[in-house]
Design a protein. Structure first.
Length: 226
């Protein structure tokens, strides 16, 4: 059985956040927290900046400090941005991880989707084709990102969804959202159409097959961009 305790390795401010999850989203001023926690204001301010970088709190002039819903993505992106800045090949490695996450969770994720999700996926595919067939054609990157994230949105696992969201943020960081090969984009959206048709028909295996084949195209895209 997992023990209900706060790790001694996190700061006093993060420990406070973790142990007051049922409190209101608005947090006390640092001066008040300093007295309660027995930590200097200067030290708490440093700890607050770490919490902000991790996406755990936001600070606004009129509303003060507020707790944000937990997301794994900000912490991942802090490290991933640094890794990609050192060597863009780190994106290739992360893209491979993302591929395995999507295939591993495909069956569970698709089974959890609602009729409303199905309708949204169909709408995203329709908008993408409209952009691709326009004059001039447009790159349906927002639809590409949203389609994949929508498929996995019902998973009750912030670490999986955080990693998948971070992939798309990194995808934009390295500029793949500006890729303009029309034939490639057409092939990708043919697979997306197959995936969504299979999801709406409750043919999970056909959708999984389309997903797996579609990832081969992504590897081609990444290779050609290096």
């Amino acid at each position: 059985m997992l023990r209900d305790r706060v790790s001694p390795n996190i700061s006093e401010f993060l420990s406070y956040l973790a142990s007051h999850t049922e409190a209101e989203n608005k947090l006390p001023p640092l001066t008040e927290l300093s007295r309660e926690l027995g930590v200097g204001v200067a030290a708490l301010r440093e700890q607050l900046e770490v919490a902000r970088a991790l996406g755990l709190v936001e600070v606004k002039p009129r509303t003060g400090m507020r707790r944000k819903p937990y997301s794994f993505a900000p912490a991942v992106m802090q490290s991933l941005d640094y890794a990609i800045a050192m060597n863009k090949d780190h994106f290739v490695a992360f893209a491979d991880l993302r591929q395995h996450i999507e295939t591993a969770y495909w069956h569970k994720a698709v089974q959890m989707l609602t009729p409303e999700d199905h309708a949204e996926l169909q709408s995203l595919v329709a908008r993408a084709w409209e952009k691709l067939r326009g004059n001039p054609p447009e790159i349906p990157h927002p639809e590409h990102r949203e389609l994949h994230l929508t498929i996995y949105r019902r998973l009750d696992n912030p670490f999986v969804t955080g990693l998948l969201q971070s992939y798309w943020d990194a995808y934009e960081t390295v500029g793949l959202n500006f890729f303009t090969d029309y034939n490639y984009l057409t092939e990708v959206w043919k697979y997306h159409q197959q995936m969504v048709n299979a999801i709406c028909a409750n043919d999970i295996e056909a959708g999984y097959k389309a997903l797996s084949e579609h990832t081969d195209l992504i590897h081609q895209l990444i290779s050609s961009s290096q």
